[in-house]
Design a binder for this molecule. Structure first.
Ligand code: 3PG
Length: 306
């Protein structure tokens, strides 16, 4: 079996070594395609693959049509909005993710962005502390839970909104549940986004919602750029000179945000949330193991397409 590891943003070398060890043990061959740049290079490499491990790499009809032997794609990470699930199903390809494997890394980065925001982007002026502030977690999944755990260590009061998680489960973990996104934004000093990019969530974070935040509100985005209504947020930040936006997923309108709000906006040049050796090892090795378990035993536990 040939397993293509196609990562335009490479894993840490130690994680690649771990993936190779899992595949070697199964008698599989690993083909490594890193920093491939042009999609055509990915399409070409996919032609020989029985299985593919990706990160945010796009798997669409072009890739799938070029890979007649392909049986499984594993997104080493949480969000799978980069995979055309319907096309995969059409081609008889199983798609999986590796939920939870990189969530601590993303959560730590979210807290880092919070400190950076409240200390005024380290510009030398007097800022504020996280202790005692109200943090709103928008979607209480694997990353949200880790953010909550760390934020409690900072002494923050943690609120969360998630239509799919029972309030009781949040309360048991010391989180204050709220009943709507509106309530979350109007209550919290800082909101950290952890929603996936779906048809329902795209462009859903807009001026109406963020504008409900109290004075000096901070919006943190380590989720996806598509969930933000950028035009609306730009307008809000014009009219509310107290609002800050810190993101690990660079907006399409990055240049506008950066030039208009240099002291209230920050975007990482490349998505960094899951870029740690630990997260790469966890997610990469989990992906390799899931491939072996699927091909050898038919285990579909983490399948995300029908
Ligand atoms: C995820 O969905 O797992 C994160 O956004 C990390 O994405 P990455 O593997 O492209 O860094």
């Amino acid at each position: 079996m040939k397993v293509l590891v196609a990562t335009d943003k490479p894993f840490a070398p130690v994680a690649v070594k771990g993936i190779k060890e899992v595949l070697d043990k199964a008698g599989y061959e690993m083909v490594l395609l890193e920093k491939y740049g042009d999609k055509a290079n990915f399409v070409k490499a996919a032609a020989q693959a029985d299985a593919i491990i990706i990160r945010s790499d796009v798997v669409d009809e072009d890739v799938l049509a070029a890979a007649p032997q392909l049986k499984i794609v594993v997104r080493a990470g949480a969000g799978y909005d980069n995979v055309d699930l319907a096309a995969a199903t059409k081609h008889g390809v199983c798609v999986m993710n590796t939920p939870g494997q990189n969530s601590n890394a993303v959560a730590e980065l979210a807290l880092g962005l919070m400190v950076y925001a409240v200390r005024n982007l380290y510009n030398g002026t007097s800022g504020t502390e996280l202790k005692g502030k109200k943090l709103g977690i928008h979607a209480y999944g694997n990353v949200g839970r880790n953010v909550a755990r760390i934020a409690k260590g900072f002494g923050m009061e943690v609120y969360a909104y998630d239509a799919y998680v029972p309030a009781e489960a949040m309360k048991q973990e010391g989180i204050i549940p709220v009943v709507s996104a509106e309530e979350l934004y109007s209550t919290c000093n800082i909101v950290s986004l952890h929603i996936p990019a779906t048809d329902e969530t795209k462009n859903s974070i807009n001026a109406d919602l963020v504008g409900k935040m109290p004075k000096n509100g901070v919006l943190i985005n380590t989720a996806r750029k598509e969930v933000i209504d950028e035009t609306s947020l730009l307008m809000l930040m014009e009219s509310r000179p107290d609002i800050k936006y810190m993101t690990d997923v660079m907006p399409a309108a990055d240049a506008k945000f950066a030039s208009k709000f240099p002291d209230r906006y920050f975007a990482t040049p490349k998505k960094m949330g899951a870029q740690t050796a630990e997260a790469n090892i966890n997610a990469g090795i989990a992906a390799a193991r899931q491939i072996v378990d699927f091909l050898e035993n038919g285990n579909e536990r983490f399948r995300v397409n029908k």
